[in-house]
Design a protein around this ligand. Structure first.
Ligand code: C5P
Length: 410
């Protein structure tokens, strides 16, 4: 943030997605910690009124390149360039972030190509601060090869994406493309401003998701882990400016930006990647739901149906966390997770005895809890507190922020 200013400045672009009306709530939340100026595209203005956005932000809404410019008296030095006195250009120069929420498919295409045919796309080329995007569109549009390609281009350029999420869309369909919750976007932006740099230089390794153990070329043994908690933790570490590596089992989530992402399938692959990266890691967070067992010898051909049942011979997988704890150097911190269906506190405490991590994070699973859920509640065992700390039900991103907050003290 530019020194001497009390609040960071966010230039909020609102483009023509049906979710544009949600920008009003987003502005309300953002204004709690930053200055917001709104740039509205033409299509956006058909979905949410300029007046409402002006009321919400407390400032005029910018819609065109030249509207609002002050005429320059002839002969003024540098005055021949109309952009020199246009207020939104001045603001873009000093903005700490350009956030486009919602970002339509059209806007993603413009940004990927570097077009500058309206105010918002022009400012995006002009601003030197981070650009963040929160897309929202119909699932078919989001999955269209052209959009997929544009998203990939932007990601490769280092642009972070917030969402989209899976859920009910304005068009009545259900699928990926839903605008991320305004509270979620505001949380990420706030963490970026409040915490960025706090963990600069820290190397963080996070594992996430389930593992898959082959039975035969067609079938697998796996679990219901969605990877959401691990991904939220990786994002929270990124927000603090850490250098993050994410080792993930098969999940359906878009990876947080700038993290080095290593995709694995089996517990043995995860073990190999974790042990390889661990010596250069300051903090390891083992949020993955690693399979405890694998099939002793997976069949090379599809097992045919036969009369009667089928017995599979399973063997134990190595316990990665236990192994890492044996190799841990004094400067390294390790966080483990315990997923329990019953006797949460007792079982987790017992696990903590066997695997003495710096934090052991217990959560109750089963019956739709924790796994594949956006919310969770946690019980955190730490040597700093005689009793486990209870983190009440909340979004996984907020819980991730709270957990990392506990690690600030280590
Ligand atoms: O003993 P339990 O499997 O419940 O321990 C859970 C913790 O251990 C998690 O942090 C999980 O990532 C890790 N784990 C592991 N290797 C396994 C099984 C679990 O590292 N094979």
């Amino acid at each position: 943030m530019t020194s001497g200013r009390l609040k960071p400045r966010v230039l909020l672009g609102v483009s023509g997605s049906v979710a544009a009306y949600k920008a009003v709530e987003l502005i309300r939340l953002l204004r709690k910690f930053c200055e917001v100026r709104v740039v509205l595209t033409r299509a956006g203005s058909r979905l949410v009124s300029e007046k409402v956005l002006r009321e919400a932000s407390g400032f005029p809404v910018w819609t065109s390149l030249f509207k609002g410019s002050t005429p320059i008296p002839p002969g003024t030095p540098g005055g021949s360039h109309p952009l020199a006195v246009v207020p939104h250009i001045e603001f873009a120069k000093s903005a700490d972030m350009v956030l486009i929420a919602p970002a339509s498919a059209d806007l993603l295409a413009k940004l990927a190509l570097g077009l500058a045919n309206d105010l918002l796309s022009t400012l995006c080329l002009y601003a030197t601060c981070p650009l963040w995007l929160a897309p929202a569109m119909n699932t078919k549009m989001w999955n269209h090869p052209a959009v997929v390609q544009n998203v990939r281009t932007l990601r490769q350029r280092g642009v972070p994406f917030l969402g989209p999420e899976n859920g009910h869309l304005a068009c009545g369909e259900v699928g990926e493309g839903r605008f991320a919750e305004p509270s979620e976007i505001a949380l990420q932006v706030e963490s970026h401003f409040r915490l960025f740099g706090k963990w600069k230089g820290r190397r963080v390794l996070v594992t996430a998701g389930p593992t898959q153990e082959s039975i035969d070329p067609v079938r697998v043994l796996t679990n219901h882990s969605s990877g959401k908690m691990g991904f939220a933790l990786a994002q929270a570490a990124l927000n603090r400016g850490a250098e993050v590596t994410l080792v993930t089992g098969p999940v359906k989530l878009a990876p947080p930006n700038v993290a080095r992402v290593i995709g694995v399938k089996t517990a043995l692959e995860m073990r190999r990647e974790v042990l390889k990266a661990f010596p250069k890691t300051d903090l390891l967070i083992m949020a993955a739901a690693v399979a405890d067992y694998r099939v002793r010898r997976a069949s090379r051909t599809k097992i045919k149906k036969a009369r009667g049942g089928l017995s599979l011979r399973l063997v134990r997988n190595p316990d990665i966390l236990a192994e890492v704890l044996r190799r841990k150097k004094p400067f390294q911190r390790v966080v483990g997770f315990a997923a329990e269906t019953d006797h949460l506190e007792k079982n987790a405490r017992e696990k903590w005895g066997r695997k003495p991590c710096d934090l052991l994070v217990a959560n109750r699973v089963g019956g739709g809890r924790a796994f594949d859920n956006d919310q969770n509640e946690l019980l955190v065992f730490s040597p700093n507190s005689p009793r486990p700390v209870r983190l009440a039900k909340d979004s996984k991103s907020r819980l991730a922020e709270k957990l990392l907050g506990m690690l600030d003290e280590f």
